[in-house]
Design a protein around this ligand. Structure first.
Ligand SMILES: [Fe+2]
Length: 387
């Protein structure tokens, strides 16, 4: 995050003594840092030393299987057709993945007692349906529909929903951090006047009373496709205070302020986050181009260095036929894509759109899983044929 935050109690100076109320025993400082010691970081102050573990074991989880013979073609599939009952982990279904990016959905139907830590990847959790609280060592972070929850790699957390009737998450894992694009920040890191969001749109964890409790606490760690279960002797949410630039936060899709142009502007104007291996863009309600002869729908394009994934959230998507809420389209690199027959003409003269969609453009090809095979529209690749 581009701004400094301090929550709870921290000593006046880092790396100095910080005594508990008894005046003898120390709170345990943990530096949580990135890029060695050169990137953004936070300092957390624990009641217990954070390194203690009683027992370590490996567990199995089944979220997808490869579809090795998946053809190079256009894909449209319905994530709503693949619902697995379960908690935040067991309900996850992976659809698309490469070494740097994993795209899943989860219809969470059960609460979980254990704590979870993605040790390999940063997570972008888009709450399509559901509300509740994201609990972590950093505190309490309420979430509501259409919130992005940004979870830095290595964060220990629980996701608590208000109820378990109708929850749907769209989850993107990344091997490198989700960053605010450089050109949206000034030389001091503050968001610029022409950025599509402002610091006030980002919500940070609220102070949560540290839990001074010992016993047995289960922590599940994810390391790419492997899962480990740690048995901890201390409650992981034992932090009395922290400060720094590295922490989970939320941003609601509705807060994104889109830009419009005289003629069609390309997807980079819809940019939300960058990573080293892909970008995240938001398509939100906006006025269309104002040139009297403008064509609002996109032109046909070959983006030879990106696989383009769109997750459809809400509304009427202007260039695509047959999409529903929860649909995903994958338009791979190396083949052109664009509006389906009739959609270009239908867009002429239209003044605005009410669409909400999230785009992930990856710089390496995505592998298609059997979950795609099970939920895809047959002959989507032929849907551009003109009769
Ligand atoms: Fe595109």
């Amino acid at each position: 995050m581009p701004f400094y935050v301090k929550v709870g109690n921290v000593p006046p100076k880092r790396h100095t003594t910080f005594f508990k109320e008894d005046g003898e025993s120390l709170y345990r400082e943990e530096l949580f840092s990135t890029k060695g010691f050169s990137g953004i970081y936070s300092n957390k102050y624990h009641i217990f030393t954070p390194t203690q573990v009683k027992n370590i074991g490996e567990i199995s989880q089944d979220h997808s299987s490869e579809w090795p013979d998946a053809p190079l073609q256009y894909y449209h599939f319905f994530t709503e057709k693949k619902k697995t009952r379960g908690d935040i982990l067991s309900s996850r279904n992976e659809f698309l993945k490469n070494d740097n990016c994993v795209i899943s959905t989860a219809n969470v139907t059960e609460d979980a007692d254990y704590f979870f830590r993605n040790s390999y990847a940063h997570e972008l959790i888009f709450v399509h349906h559901g509300e509740g609280e994201f609990l972590s060592e950093y505190g309490r972070l309420p979430f509501e529909p259409w919130d992005y929850i940004l979870v830095p790699k290595g964060t220990t957390y629980q996701l608590k929903f208000k109820n378990y009737d109708n929850n749907k998450l769209f989850i993107v894992e990344s091997s490198s951090p989700f960053e605010i694009p450089r050109h949206f920040r000034n030389e001091y890191g503050q968001l610029t006047e022409d950025a599509p969001y402002y610091e006030r749109d980002f919500h940070i964890p609220q102070f949560m009373e540290p839990i001074d409790k010992q016993g047995e606490f289960e922590l599940i760690l994810k390391l790419k496709d492997k899962y480990f279960k740690y048995l901890l002797p201390n409650h992981p949410f034992d932090v009395v205070g922290w400060d720094g630039f590295l922490y989970p936060y939320t941003f609601n899709l509705r807060e994104y302020a889109p830009k419009v142009g005289k003629i069609h502007l390309p997807p980079p104007v819809h940019l939300m986050f960058t990573t080293q291996s892909f970008v995240v863009c938001n398509f939100v309600p906006r006025l269309f181009d104002f040139h009297p002869d403008s064509i609002p729908s996109p032109y046909y394009h070959s983006n030879v260095d990106s696989d383009e994934v769109l997750y459809y959230v809400h509304g009427d998507f202007m260039s695509r036929k047959g999409v529903e809420e929860g649909s995903i389209t994958l338009h791979p690199m190396g083949i052109p894509h664009g509006p389906q027959p009739g959609k270009t003409e239908a867009s002429i003269g239209v003044k605005e759109t009410d669409e909400y969609a999230i785009m992930i453009d990856t710089f390496q090809p995505l592998q298609v899983t059997n979950n795609v095979k099970d939920t895809m529209v047959e002959n989507y690749s032929q849907s551009w044929l003109e009769e």
